[in-house]
Design a protein around this ligand. Sequence first.
Ligand SMILES: *Cc1c(COP(=O)(O)O)cnc(C)c1O
Length: 396
Amino acid sequence: MHVYLDNAATTKVSTAAFRAMEPYFTEQYGNPSSLYAFGQKAHEAITEARERIATLLHCEPREITFTSGGSEADTQAIRSAAQWGAKRGKRHIVSTKFEHHAVLHTLESLQKEGFTVTLIDVHEDGIVRPEEVAAAIQEDTCLVSVMTANNEIGTIQPVEEIGKICREKGVLFHTDAVQAVGHIPMDVKKQQIDFLSLSAHKFHGPKGVGALIARKDIPLLSIIEGGAQERGRRAGTENVPAIVGMAEALEEACRKLEENGQKMAALRDRLTQGLLQIPHSVLNGDAEKRLPGHVNVCFEGIEGESLLLLLDEKGICASSGSACTSGSLEPSHVLLAIGRPHEIAHGSLRLTLSEETTPQEIDYTVEAVTQVVQYLRGMSPVWRDLVNGKQPFVIQ
Ligand SMILES: *Cc1c(COP(=O)(O)O)cnc(C)c1O
């Protein structure tokens, strides 16, 4: 059995998106900046994609800048807000400890350039408290950046409340909504979001394309220098097929959002219940306020990496956290942020579903994980000490 349960890392391109892209590789390959009609056809395709995405996310078409993906959108949003702040003598930024590295590393760079950053704590339930965001905002704060849904534990943040606080205090608000767009309803206007990052390959669009939605009265800093594409906000010949595919994928995802969400949440809960039958296991993040297809569990006394390798042998694609941290021996900064001790954070497993996931795959996975955890614990000296009472269990 081949079971793909790593949809938070990337998704399969939908048939509709693939079909929509095809003509822009084969027939309509013109450069959108060319003046002849053949080029203008490509330009029109981009305009149409922009309008479709604007309608789906409730912003104006001109507020959308196409990027190479979520990382670029995060970087551009934060650097643009920092530039806006610096012009006003505001060099303080508020964010959280469990953001994606695209956000955290950009903030680290800005600190070297003289900005100060407050990273607020995340509670054990994986939810940021709006009142703590409010308390962290200072006179010189220019930006608050809080992700909509966490990529490792799937928890959904109170974005609308945070947006309201920021608007009232005259602070810009950015949200990395890469895991949320196409999975839960998003409304840039209603949620009072000034900057929103999204990435197509997380909702069955192609890789290497995303967008930054930015409130129209805030100037964007161009991260890539060159031509005047995207009204001077992002140089480089537009990735026409990918942009068209992204719009198609998003429209499909939003159309089926409720139906797919319900289906996936039911399987997610079945998976969670199955996994929590394993002794000394715990769910990471709130059980309710989470993405419909997202499960992250820690098992005491095992190494997540070994678990992944053995699951791979059984045909299951899973992750221990984010794709970016795998390969490094550091435990996940997200699990540490929600207060899991190092040894527990090492024993994590993230399983993320798609609408194509079947009940058979879920049952097969529960059985496989149960067997593998038991096998690994059987070989582990740490586990022996726990069972013999030489060490106390952390997870009861
Ligand atoms: C995947 C992801 C990103 C990065 O997006 P890319 O398109 O791969 O650059 C950023 N933030 C979150 C929350 C993500 O899940």
